[in-house]
Write a protein that binds this ligand. Structure first.
Ligand code: UDX
Ligand code: UDX
Length: 458
């Protein structure tokens, strides 16, 4: 079959896989190939057991796979055959050398740029999908053109704003698609070509264009702003606990001001996920490198409050349970960094579990989707850890339940039954404020929400 365009994506991860699946699903006239250096991951994309869990992803992949969506490991061939190449390899926080713990590790990204340069034998539009420090496109251009072989590369920035758990919804009906480019005639033409792809299903007014540096920076700033809202409300939750104010009431009152808005004001045990911390630290690092220490300190505060919130949760557990957790059985309800995903990257549950193990508590972990990842995330943690799929079985015989993830199923559980099966006194620490605290208290639990007065029988 003759396709109208050939599109490649390098990196079959959380971003590359679903994004390309959506393009292929919406645009049967384009051939979309996703390549990855990891053959197991590619094999999973070609199987019924996809490497990531996202509602509705399976259906979309099934419809397009083999028709105009292909997964393989032949990166070289993919580069040669494609007109448009998305780069969606991971850009984690650097763990070594200068900028360790802060800057983005660009080694995979740079290796990919060189690979594109070495394999390309015709004009390519190269699209940065990965989140990158502002000005990375300049380095990308320099690498791509360093062979001086007359091949033209137009570099665009097209950051992805999808959130996990709602990836398909976000891709199908995005609030905005951002495409940045340089303002030369060639780059503007390339930008139009990318706009044309999205225009197959996204209303034109939601496809916004900008200069390339604004686009790169907007991704980091979007995530920083979202995380800042959570740290803001979490910081106030600490004050609520000291003053008998109720964070849910405060957040409702504040959020009803339309200038503030009511989204992303749910207090929690802390934010997690692969992006927020990484992107803020990256922003902080860039600000410091530009000599903007005050700006860097401001944004670093968002991460510090997040760490503080997790530590506060542990200290609250410790003091509520008579200052010792040693030998106590504590059941974590949820391990994913948020509901509707099996992803545990940077999940607050990881540090909470680590701290509980340090206190010599025995841990029982339950989660509808994330148990496999939880086991990997805690493989270095010493102590007794059990992984139990059924929440009733998990809670039985425990001293305390700590809610880590806001899975809907937890609010609907039969807590009378759970209470009967637990050691007394029984405690609930609701790290997501999703349970009916008064009802739990009436059943007999000692209840510790976040940012609300505790309900205790002592
Ligand atoms: C994405 C973005 O790329 C990242 O910049 C953003 O901040 C978060 O989302 P994600 O899709 O979540 O990353 O990463 P991951 O799931 O780790 O997938 C990256 C894929 O790239 C992996 O499958 C990895 O095998 C692949 N890869 C990595 C390559 O194919 N080539 C490489 O050289 C390196
Ligand atoms: C985020 C951004 O939302 C998305 O636009 C970007 O592309 C990638 O990073 P994601 O990490 O998938 O997406 O999840 P998100 O829904 O933003 O939640 C991040 C964390 O914040 C989760 O741990 C979540 O539980 C927490 N959160 C969110 C809160 O604690 N309170 C809230 O009110 C909202």
């Amino acid at each position: 079959m003759n396709f109208k365009k050939t599109i490649l994506c390098i990196g079959a991860g959380y971003v590359g896989g679903p994004t390309m699946a959506m393009i292929a699903y919406k645009c049967p006239q384009y051939k979309v190939t996703v390549v990855d250096i990891n053959p197991e991951r590619i094999a999973q994309w070609n199987s019924d057991d996809l490497p990531i869990y996202e509602p509705d992803l399976g259906e979309i992949v099934k419809t397009a796979r083999g028709r105009n969506l292909f997964f393989n490991t032949d990166i070289e061939k993919g580069i040669k055959e494609s007109e448009i190449i998305f780069v969606s390899v991971n850009t984690p926080t650097k763990t070594y050398g200068t900028g360790a713990g802060m800057a983005a590790d660009l080694q995979y990204w740079e290796k990919t740029a060189r690979q594109i340069r070495d394999c390309a034998d015709s004009h390519k539009i190269v699209v940065e999908k990965s989140t990158l420090p502002v000005k990375t496109a300049l380095a990308m251009e320099r690498i791509l053109t360093s062979m001086n072989n007359g091949i033209r590369f137009d570099v665009l920035s097209n950051p992805e704003f999808l959130a996990e758990g709602t990836a398909i919804k976000d891709l199908e009906d995005p609030g905005r698609v951002l495409i940045g480019s340089r303002e030369t005639p060639d780059c503007l033409k390339a930008r139009d070509a990318l706009v044309e792809i999205y225009a197959n299903w996204v209303p034109k007014e939601r496809i916004i264009t900008s200069n390339i540096w604004s686009s790169e920076l907007s991704k980091l700033v979007s995530n920083a702003f979202l995380a800042q809202r959570i740290s803001s409300i979490n910081s106030i939750s600490a004050l609520c606990e000291k003053t008998d104010a109720n964070i849910i009431e405060v957040s409702r009152a504040v959020g009803m001001d339309s200038r503030v808005g009511n989204k992303f004001l749910n207090t929690s045990v802390g934010f997690g996920g692969s992006c927020f911390k990484k992107d803020i630290l990256n922003l902080v690092y860039i600000c410091r490198s530009q000599g903007l220490d005050e700006v860097a300190d401001y944004w670093e505060g968002v991460v510090k409050i997040n760490d503080y919130q997790k530590e506060r949760f542990i200290l609250n557990m410790l003091s509520a349970m008579f200052n010792t957790l040693a030998g106590k059985r504590i059941c974590l309800f949820g391990f994913a960094f948020k509901a509707n995903t099996g992803d545990t990257r940077e999940s607050p549950a990881i540090s909470i579990a680590g701290r509980l193990a340090e206190e010599k508590a025995d841990l029982i972990i339950t989660d509808p989707q994330a148990l496999k990842n939880a086991m990997i995330a805690l493989s270095d943690v010493n102590g007794e850890i059990d992984y139990v799929k059924d929440p009733y079985d998990a809670a039985a015989g425990c001293d305390a339940i700590a809610v880590m993830t806001e899975w809907d199923i937890y609010a609907g559980l039969d807590f009378e039954k759970i209470y009967k099966s637990m050691t007394k006194p029984a405690f609930v620490f609701d790290g997501r404020n999703i349970l009916d605290h008064e009802k739990l208290f009436e059943i007999g639990f000692n209840v510790y929400p976040i940012g609300k007065p505790a309900l205790t029988h002592f």
